[in-house]
Each structure stands twice: as structure tokens, then as C-alpha cells.
Design a protein around this ligand. Structure first.
Ligand SMILES: C[S@@+](CC[C@H](N)C(=O)[O-])C[C@H]1O[C@@H](n2cnc3c(N)ncnc32)[C@H](O)[C@@H]1O
Length: 206
């Protein structure tokens, strides 16, 4: 669970304060292995986050017919690129506020041949009429509850009818209270996985 603010800022700062120090990390799943560029000032700079890996291992996979998917808070793109691999027809939006993360995600998408199909964007740059068959996210819990709730409300309401979101959250970071809040706000929430302290929450549209 690497979700803590460092002394030199947060992983969700628009422009990270810490100097760049690139490294290559490897995403290894049963169906794919990818080397990805990571960097300081970006979430999981030292290696794929265990929650992210669990989401990709234990969470549901996108439908083969999915057309438009979202990795909300993409970081350097581990989830977005796994989705693009698993849903070969889909356009995958990879959205983040951290400009260094967006740059890395663009580079990683290009080096794996996904430029064009993985659309890297700051939140306000996603056209308002784009809706999603599915949303996958290791969400930015550290931004605080009011901001997180506003973030999730805005994006979950862009699920198509019948679409669903898959969220991974550590129980010590409030997974169960987040599930209760989602439920109270009118979404259907199912805990489809629980391992190593992480919950996988499957959320369907309201
Ligand atoms: C827990 S990290 C997950 C990163 C990446 N998906 C991964 O699994 O390694 C959450 C990400 O959400 C981003 N984020 C924070 N606030 C955001 C916002 N308002 N809109 C989109 N992304 C945001 C952060 O910059 C961070 O990269």
C-alpha cells in the first residue's frame, strides 16, 4: 500500500516538487508482462502498487465488446495498458491530474504500441459527452473524503447503463466506509474481492 504523502509533496500534485529520477518497473500478470517507465513524484514510483496488481488479478476483466473504458487516476498507466491489452477494441481513457504521470503514461502507451487507442488526458480535457462501459481505478484516497466523493460522483455518473466500475481500496484507507457512502449515494456496491487487506469494490450505475 503505497499511498502516503512524502516530505516533498503528494503524488497527486499537478507538478511534482521532487526532481525526476526515472526507473523501469515491471507489471507481471498471468496474461501479460510489461516494462513501464516510472518516476519520483508519481504514485508507485518504486514498483507496481500491490493494490493495483490485485485489482488486475482479482478484479473483473473488461468485456471483449467494450468500446470505451476509463482508468481514473492513471499514474504511469499500469491499469490503462492492461485494459487496452485485454479489451483490444476499446479506447481507454487514462486520466490524471499529475502532469509527470500523464507524460509517463503517454510514453508507456506509445512504447507498447497503444498510442491512439489509449487517450491520455487531464480530467477537464475529456469531452463531456464521452461515457464509459467500464471504469477501473486505484483511487486517490489521500485527496480526502469530500474531494474523493466529488471525483467518484462525477465519473461514476458517466457509466453507460449496465456499465460498472472496479475500485481497489485498502481497508485501512477506508474501503468499507467508502462502500457504505457509495451505497447511500445510490450506487449498487458489491465487495467482489478481499485479499492482503485490500477490497475490490464493484460499483454499478445508479
Ligand atoms: C492511488 S494512485 C493510482 C495510480 C495508478 N493508477 C496506479 O495504479 O499505479 C491515484 C492517482 O489518482 C490521481 N488523481 C488525484 N486526483 C485526481 C483527480 N482529481 N482526477 C484524476 N486523477 C487524480 C493521482 O495523481 C494518482 O496518480
Amino acid at each position: 500500500m503505497e499511498d502516503r504523502p512524502g516530505p516533498a509533496g503528494h503524488y497527486f500534485d499537478r507538478v511534482p516538487a521532487v526532481a525526476s529520477r526515472r526507473r523501469t518497473v515491471t507489471l507481471t500478470l498471468p496474461d501479460l508482462t510489461m516494462e513501464l517507465q516510472a518516476d519520483r513524484g508519481v504514485f508507485a514510483a518504486d514498483g507496481i502498487d500491490p493494490g493495483t496488481k490485485l485489482l488486475l488479478l482479482d478484479g473483473s476483466r473488461p468485456s471483449h465488446h467494450a468500446r470505451t473504458l476509463l482508468d481514473l487516476g492513471c499514474g504511469y498507466g499500469a491499469i490503462a495498458l492492461a485494459l487496452a491489452t485485454r479489451a483490444p477494441e476499446a479506447t481507454v481513457w487514462a486520466v490524471d491530474v499529475n502532469e509527470r504521470a500523464l507524460g509517463l503514461c503517454a510514453e508507456n502507451a506509445a512504447s507498447h504500441g497503444f498510442d491512439g487507442r489509449v487517450r491520455i488526458a487531464a480530467p477537464d480535457d475529456v469531452p463531456p459527452d464521452v461515457t464509459f462501459d467500464g471504469i477501473w481505478s486505484n483511487p486517490p484516497i489521500r485527496i480526502g473524503k469530500p474531494a474523493l466523493h466529488a471525483l467518484l460522483t462525477g465519473w461514476l455518473d458517466r457509466l453507460v447503463p449496465g456499465g460498472h466500475a472496479e475500485l481497489v481500496v485498502h481497508k485501512h484507507l477506508g474501503a468499507d466506509s467508502l462502500a457504505r457512502w457509495l451505497d447511500a449515494a445510490g450506487w449498487s456496491v458489491e465487495r467482489t474481492g478481499s485479499r492482503m487487506g485490500y477490497r475490490i469494490l464493484q460499483v454499478t450505475g445508479r
